[in-house]
Design a protein around this ligand. Structure first.
Ligand code: ZN
Length: 267
């Protein structure tokens, strides 16, 4: 028989789980604020640190590892930083989270490649949650409610397509989520794109996680020879959808299969 005390404890645990579940950043935003990660539990490091979660097996495991490797490689490439610099006038102010100093897109790219001032990456296992609505990163996201990143089946389906542009959409999703693995020196998530905290981006600029997803995707297309460096600015807005100007947008996943056989990647 449950005591009154254990019922209260269960209620508190459920409330905590619900709250933490809502506090994550995500590709299809449903977060409401920023999340603090225990630095003791996540082993922060100074380089992007994604791994395939042990629950992912077989072909999924092999393919996901390739996507993670490709995502990290493109985010660390010289082209990623060069492209960001070329886009500074178009993306002068990127929203990280409420209260964070204004960064340009090249500031963001530089911080990704060379984090300073105590910024670090949480070591993050990635798993596939087929029935989940989108990609999510947070401290209650793993199969055992541990710190993790979850994706649904879309990124791997995109990756397995023959079309290079469709493949690049997998890079967008994963690089977006990488932004949610960046923590400040206190363990707070730096890049927030959901809820009240993200609403500030209406006033202060473009949301970092989405811009980085676009930048990584378009840079990957350039590295694959699908677009030229001159076409990066044209490629950037293709994969971002805003219902109205100055609102928090979303990844335009419906565009992923719109560019077969060398069709120009543009709006
Ligand atoms: Zn997000």
């Amino acid at each position: 028989m449950k005591t009154g005390f254990s019922r209260i404890a269960e209620f508190k645990n459920a409330l905590f789980a619900l709250t933490v579940g809502l506090l994550v950043g995500c590709a299809q935003p449903h977060g409401v604020g920023q999340e603090k990660v225990s630095l003791l539990s996540v082993d922060p490091v100074s380089d992007i640190n994604l791994s395939v979660h042990p629950v992912v097996t077989g072909r999924d495991r092999a393919d996901l590892q390739v996507v993670l490797d490709q995502t990290k490689a493109v985010m660390r490439s010289p082209e990623f930083l060069e492209n960001a610099r070329s886009l500074n006038s178009a993306y002068p102010t990127i929203f990280m989270r409420k209260g964070w100093a204004a960064w340009s897109i090249s500031d963001v790219a530089a911080a990704i490649q060379n984090p300073t001032n105590g910024i670090r990456y949480a070591a993050t296992p990635v798993w596939i949650k087929p029935r989940d609505g989108g990609a999510t990163t947070g401290s209650n996201v793993g199969p055992n409610r541990e710190w993790a990143m979850s994706i649904n089946s879309s990124p791997l389906a995109n990756w397995r397509a023959d079309d290079t542009v469709q493949k690049s959409c997998a890079i967008n999703t994963l690089s977006h989520e990488v932004m949610h693995t960046m923590l400040d020196s206190q363990g707070w998530m730096i890049s927030i794109d959901g809820g009240r905290a993200a609403k500030s981006s209406r006033r202060s600029g473009t949301t970092a996680s989405y811009v980085v997803g676009q930048l990584a995707q378009c840079t990957w297309l350039q590295k694959e020879g699908r677009i030229s460096s001159d076409e990066i600015a044209m490629c950037m807005p293709v994969f971002y959808y805003q219902k109205k100007p100055n609102s928090v947008g979303k990844f335009a996943v419906d565009r992923c299969d719109d560019f077969p056989a060398g069709t120009p990647v543009k709006l």
